[in-house]
Design a protein around this ligand. Sequence first.
Ligand code: ADP
Ligand code: MG
Ligand code: MG
Length: 252
Amino acid sequence: MSTLEIKDLHVSIDTEQGEKEILKGVTLTIKTGETHAIMGPNGSGKSTLAATIAGHPRYNVTSGTITLDGEDVLEMSVDERAKAGLFLAMQYPVEVPGVTMTNFLRTAKTAIDGEAPKLRTWTKDVKEAMSKLKIDADFAGRNVNEGFSGGEKKRVEILQLELFKPKFAVLDETDSGLDVDALKVVSEGVNRAQEENEMGTLLITHYTRILRYIKPEFVHVFVDGRVAEQGGPELADRLEEEGYDRYLNVKA
Ligand code: ADP
Ligand code: MG
Ligand code: MG
Protein backbone atom coordinates (compact mmCIF):
# COMPACT_ATOMS: atom_id res chain seq x y z
CA MET A 1 0.00 0.00 0.00
CA SER A 2 1.16 3.53 -0.80
CA THR A 3 0.27 6.85 0.80
CA LEU A 4 0.11 10.30 -0.72
CA GLU A 5 0.23 12.86 2.06
CA ILE A 6 -0.40 16.57 1.76
CA LYS A 7 0.32 18.59 4.90
CA ASP A 8 -0.57 22.21 5.56
CA LEU A 9 0.12 23.15 1.95
CA HIS A 10 0.32 26.85 1.11
CA VAL A 11 0.63 27.83 -2.54
CA SER A 12 0.96 31.24 -4.17
CA ILE A 13 1.12 32.55 -7.70
CA ASP A 14 2.80 35.66 -9.03
CA THR A 15 0.29 38.12 -10.45
CA GLU A 16 0.65 41.62 -11.78
CA GLN A 17 -0.54 42.86 -8.39
CA GLY A 18 2.13 40.79 -6.64
CA GLU A 19 2.09 37.43 -4.93
CA LYS A 20 -1.36 35.96 -4.30
CA GLU A 21 -1.92 33.08 -1.88
CA ILE A 22 -4.36 30.55 -3.34
CA LEU A 23 -3.97 27.46 -1.16
CA LYS A 24 -4.13 28.43 2.49
CA GLY A 25 -3.22 25.26 4.37
CA VAL A 26 -4.48 22.05 2.73
CA THR A 27 -4.10 18.76 4.59
CA LEU A 28 -5.16 15.51 2.95
CA THR A 29 -4.04 11.85 3.05
CA ILE A 30 -4.89 9.37 0.30
CA LYS A 31 -4.01 5.69 0.30
CA THR A 32 -3.92 3.39 -2.73
CA GLY A 33 -7.33 1.85 -3.35
CA GLU A 34 -9.18 4.85 -1.92
CA THR A 35 -11.29 7.38 -3.78
CA HIS A 36 -11.44 10.93 -2.49
CA ALA A 37 -13.63 13.59 -4.04
CA ILE A 38 -12.67 17.24 -3.78
CA MET A 39 -15.69 19.38 -4.41
CA GLY A 40 -15.99 23.12 -4.34
CA PRO A 41 -17.13 26.28 -6.03
CA ASN A 42 -15.27 27.81 -8.96
CA GLY A 43 -12.15 29.65 -7.92
CA SER A 44 -11.71 27.76 -4.64
CA GLY A 45 -8.28 26.45 -5.66
CA LYS A 46 -9.07 22.91 -6.84
CA SER A 47 -7.06 23.16 -10.06
CA THR A 48 -4.24 24.85 -8.16
CA LEU A 49 -4.01 21.81 -5.89
CA ALA A 50 -3.97 19.47 -8.91
CA ALA A 51 -1.32 21.51 -10.72
CA THR A 52 0.84 21.72 -7.59
CA ILE A 53 0.76 17.93 -7.17
CA ALA A 54 1.75 17.64 -10.85
CA GLY A 55 4.62 20.10 -10.44
CA HIS A 56 3.43 22.97 -12.62
CA PRO A 57 6.18 25.64 -12.39
CA ARG A 58 3.75 28.52 -12.05
CA TYR A 59 2.65 27.50 -8.56
CA ASN A 60 4.98 28.39 -5.68
CA VAL A 61 4.78 26.25 -2.59
CA THR A 62 5.49 28.68 0.24
CA SER A 63 5.07 26.13 3.06
CA GLY A 64 3.82 22.64 3.78
CA THR A 65 4.71 19.27 2.25
CA ILE A 66 3.60 16.67 -0.28
CA THR A 67 5.09 13.19 0.19
CA LEU A 68 4.60 9.83 -1.50
CA ASP A 69 5.50 7.02 0.88
CA GLY A 70 7.64 9.52 2.75
CA GLU A 71 9.50 10.74 -0.36
CA ASP A 72 9.42 14.49 -0.96
CA VAL A 73 7.28 14.98 -4.08
CA LEU A 74 8.01 18.72 -4.19
CA GLU A 75 11.70 17.94 -4.79
CA MET A 76 10.83 15.77 -7.81
CA SER A 77 10.74 16.96 -11.43
CA VAL A 78 7.53 16.43 -13.39
CA ASP A 79 9.06 13.29 -14.97
CA GLU A 80 10.16 11.94 -11.62
CA ARG A 81 6.63 12.40 -10.28
CA ALA A 82 5.25 10.31 -13.14
CA LYS A 83 7.87 7.63 -12.51
CA ALA A 84 7.01 7.64 -8.82
CA GLY A 85 3.43 6.78 -9.78
CA LEU A 86 1.56 10.08 -9.92
CA PHE A 87 -0.79 10.82 -12.80
CA LEU A 88 -2.59 14.05 -13.47
CA ALA A 89 -5.50 14.43 -15.85
CA MET A 90 -5.74 18.12 -16.55
CA GLN A 91 -8.89 20.18 -16.83
CA TYR A 92 -7.59 21.42 -20.20
CA PRO A 93 -5.45 18.71 -21.86
CA VAL A 94 -2.78 20.11 -24.20
CA GLU A 95 -2.35 19.34 -27.88
CA VAL A 96 0.97 17.87 -29.00
CA PRO A 97 1.31 18.54 -32.73
CA GLY A 98 3.62 16.22 -34.66
CA VAL A 99 3.45 13.38 -32.12
CA THR A 100 1.11 10.49 -32.81
CA MET A 101 -0.87 8.85 -30.04
CA THR A 102 0.95 5.55 -30.67
CA ASN A 103 4.38 7.14 -30.29
CA PHE A 104 3.37 9.25 -27.35
CA LEU A 105 1.86 6.34 -25.39
CA ARG A 106 4.84 4.06 -26.00
CA THR A 107 7.43 6.75 -25.19
CA ALA A 108 5.62 7.79 -22.03
CA LYS A 109 5.15 4.17 -20.91
CA THR A 110 8.87 3.51 -21.46
CA ALA A 111 9.84 6.62 -19.49
CA ILE A 112 7.51 5.76 -16.61
CA ASP A 113 8.51 2.10 -16.30
CA GLY A 114 12.19 2.66 -17.08
CA GLU A 115 12.05 0.03 -19.84
CA ALA A 116 10.19 -0.39 -23.11
CA PRO A 117 7.02 -2.48 -22.94
CA LYS A 118 7.10 -5.76 -24.89
CA LEU A 119 5.79 -4.81 -28.29
CA ARG A 120 3.37 -7.70 -28.73
CA THR A 121 1.51 -7.40 -25.45
CA TRP A 122 1.73 -3.61 -25.56
CA THR A 123 0.00 -3.34 -28.93
CA LYS A 124 -2.70 -5.68 -27.68
CA ASP A 125 -3.09 -3.74 -24.39
CA VAL A 126 -3.44 -0.46 -26.27
CA LYS A 127 -6.03 -1.86 -28.65
CA GLU A 128 -8.05 -3.40 -25.83
CA ALA A 129 -7.97 -0.29 -23.69
CA MET A 130 -9.02 1.87 -26.64
CA SER A 131 -11.88 -0.41 -27.45
CA LYS A 132 -13.13 -0.45 -23.85
CA LEU A 133 -13.09 3.34 -23.86
CA LYS A 134 -14.85 3.39 -27.24
CA ILE A 135 -11.96 5.27 -28.86
CA ASP A 136 -11.87 4.66 -32.61
CA ALA A 137 -8.78 2.73 -33.84
CA ASP A 138 -7.94 5.67 -36.16
CA PHE A 139 -6.95 7.72 -33.15
CA ALA A 140 -3.73 5.69 -32.79
CA GLY A 141 -2.30 7.46 -35.84
CA ARG A 142 -3.51 10.94 -34.98
CA ASN A 143 -1.50 13.63 -33.23
CA VAL A 144 -2.04 13.84 -29.47
CA ASN A 145 -5.22 15.80 -28.72
CA GLU A 146 -4.97 17.73 -32.02
CA GLY A 147 -8.51 18.49 -33.13
CA PHE A 148 -9.96 16.12 -30.52
CA SER A 149 -13.31 17.11 -29.03
CA GLY A 150 -13.51 17.75 -25.31
CA GLY A 151 -14.96 14.28 -24.75
CA GLU A 152 -12.29 12.61 -26.88
CA LYS A 153 -9.54 14.33 -24.90
CA LYS A 154 -11.02 13.01 -21.67
CA ARG A 155 -11.20 9.45 -23.03
CA VAL A 156 -7.57 9.68 -24.08
CA GLU A 157 -6.61 10.81 -20.57
CA ILE A 158 -8.31 7.75 -19.11
CA LEU A 159 -6.59 5.60 -21.74
CA GLN A 160 -3.27 6.78 -20.29
CA LEU A 161 -4.51 5.95 -16.82
CA GLU A 162 -5.31 2.38 -17.88
CA LEU A 163 -2.00 1.88 -19.67
CA PHE A 164 0.41 3.66 -17.32
CA LYS A 165 -1.07 2.13 -14.16
CA PRO A 166 -0.22 4.96 -11.75
CA LYS A 167 -0.43 4.55 -7.98
CA PHE A 168 -2.37 7.80 -7.70
CA ALA A 169 -4.48 9.69 -10.20
CA VAL A 170 -5.60 13.27 -9.84
CA LEU A 171 -8.58 13.88 -12.11
CA ASP A 172 -9.38 17.57 -12.49
CA GLU A 173 -12.96 18.04 -13.69
CA THR A 174 -12.75 15.01 -15.91
CA ASP A 175 -16.55 15.15 -15.98
CA SER A 176 -16.85 18.65 -17.41
CA GLY A 177 -18.25 18.82 -20.91
CA LEU A 178 -19.10 15.12 -21.12
CA ASP A 179 -22.49 13.84 -22.21
CA VAL A 180 -23.97 10.99 -20.17
CA ASP A 181 -22.65 8.22 -22.45
CA ALA A 182 -19.10 9.59 -22.40
CA LEU A 183 -19.34 10.15 -18.64
CA LYS A 184 -20.22 6.48 -18.16
CA VAL A 185 -17.38 5.24 -20.38
CA VAL A 186 -14.85 7.50 -18.67
CA SER A 187 -16.09 6.56 -15.17
CA GLU A 188 -15.92 2.86 -15.98
CA GLY A 189 -12.31 3.36 -17.07
CA VAL A 190 -11.45 5.02 -13.77
CA ASN A 191 -13.21 2.29 -11.82
CA ARG A 192 -11.34 -0.42 -13.77
CA ALA A 193 -7.98 1.22 -13.08
CA GLN A 194 -8.94 1.40 -9.45
CA GLU A 195 -9.98 -2.24 -9.17
CA GLU A 196 -7.24 -3.75 -11.32
CA ASN A 197 -4.31 -1.65 -10.11
CA GLU A 198 -5.50 -0.56 -6.64
CA MET A 199 -5.12 3.02 -7.79
CA GLY A 200 -5.81 5.82 -5.35
CA THR A 201 -8.00 8.53 -6.88
CA LEU A 202 -8.35 12.22 -6.15
CA LEU A 203 -11.44 13.18 -8.08
CA ILE A 204 -11.84 16.93 -8.40
CA THR A 205 -15.27 18.11 -9.42
CA HIS A 206 -17.63 21.01 -9.23
CA TYR A 207 -20.75 18.93 -9.89
CA THR A 208 -22.07 15.81 -8.14
CA ARG A 209 -23.12 14.12 -11.41
CA ILE A 210 -19.97 11.99 -11.83
CA LEU A 211 -20.39 10.66 -8.29
CA ARG A 212 -23.24 8.49 -9.54
CA TYR A 213 -20.63 6.47 -11.43
CA ILE A 214 -17.49 6.86 -9.33
CA LYS A 215 -18.20 6.35 -5.64
CA PRO A 216 -15.88 8.21 -3.27
CA GLU A 217 -15.39 6.97 0.26
CA PHE A 218 -14.23 10.43 1.32
CA VAL A 219 -15.55 13.83 0.35
CA HIS A 220 -13.69 17.08 1.00
CA VAL A 221 -15.39 20.41 0.46
CA PHE A 222 -12.94 23.00 -0.77
CA VAL A 223 -13.65 26.67 -0.10
CA ASP A 224 -11.24 29.58 -0.52
CA GLY A 225 -8.09 27.47 -0.65
CA ARG A 226 -8.91 25.26 2.31
CA VAL A 227 -10.81 22.10 3.16
CA ALA A 228 -13.92 23.53 4.81
CA GLU A 229 -15.56 20.21 5.63
CA GLN A 230 -14.84 16.50 5.31
CA GLY A 231 -17.17 13.55 5.34
CA GLY A 232 -18.33 10.44 3.56
CA PRO A 233 -20.58 10.01 0.51
CA GLU A 234 -23.51 11.57 2.37
CA LEU A 235 -21.73 14.91 2.16
CA ALA A 236 -21.86 14.72 -1.65
CA ASP A 237 -25.58 13.98 -1.47
CA ARG A 238 -26.10 17.04 0.69
CA LEU A 239 -24.12 19.21 -1.75
CA GLU A 240 -26.27 17.93 -4.59
CA GLU A 241 -29.33 19.22 -2.76
CA GLU A 242 -27.98 22.37 -1.14
CA GLY A 243 -25.10 23.52 -3.34
CA TYR A 244 -22.22 25.52 -1.88
CA ASP A 245 -24.16 28.51 -0.56
CA ARG A 246 -23.89 27.63 3.09
CA TYR A 247 -20.07 27.60 2.83
CA LEU A 248 -19.91 30.83 0.88
CA ASN A 249 -22.22 32.63 3.33
CA VAL A 250 -20.08 31.82 6.34
CA LYS A 251 -16.90 32.87 4.55
CA ALA A 252 -15.08 35.64 6.40
P1 ADP B 1 -10.87 26.10 -9.19
O1 ADP B 1 -10.17 25.03 -9.96
O2 ADP B 1 -11.40 25.66 -7.88
O3 ADP B 1 -11.93 26.78 -9.99
P2 ADP B 1 -8.37 27.56 -9.42
O4 ADP B 1 -7.33 26.79 -8.72
O5 ADP B 1 -8.41 27.47 -10.91
O6 ADP B 1 -9.80 27.22 -8.80
O7 ADP B 1 -8.22 29.10 -9.05
C1 ADP B 1 -8.16 29.54 -7.69
C2 ADP B 1 -7.92 31.03 -7.64
O8 ADP B 1 -6.64 31.33 -8.15
C3 ADP B 1 -8.89 31.84 -8.47
O9 ADP B 1 -9.18 33.01 -7.77
C4 ADP B 1 -8.13 32.11 -9.74
O10 ADP B 1 -8.55 33.30 -10.34
C5 ADP B 1 -6.72 32.20 -9.24
N1 ADP B 1 -5.77 31.74 -10.24
C6 ADP B 1 -5.49 30.47 -10.56
N2 ADP B 1 -4.57 30.38 -11.54
C7 ADP B 1 -4.29 31.66 -11.85
C8 ADP B 1 -3.41 32.27 -12.79
N3 ADP B 1 -2.66 31.53 -13.59
N4 ADP B 1 -3.36 33.63 -12.81
C9 ADP B 1 -4.12 34.38 -11.98
N5 ADP B 1 -4.98 33.86 -11.08
C10 ADP B 1 -5.05 32.54 -11.01
MG1 MG C 1 -10.51 24.16 -11.83
MG1 MG D 1 -9.07 30.63 -3.45
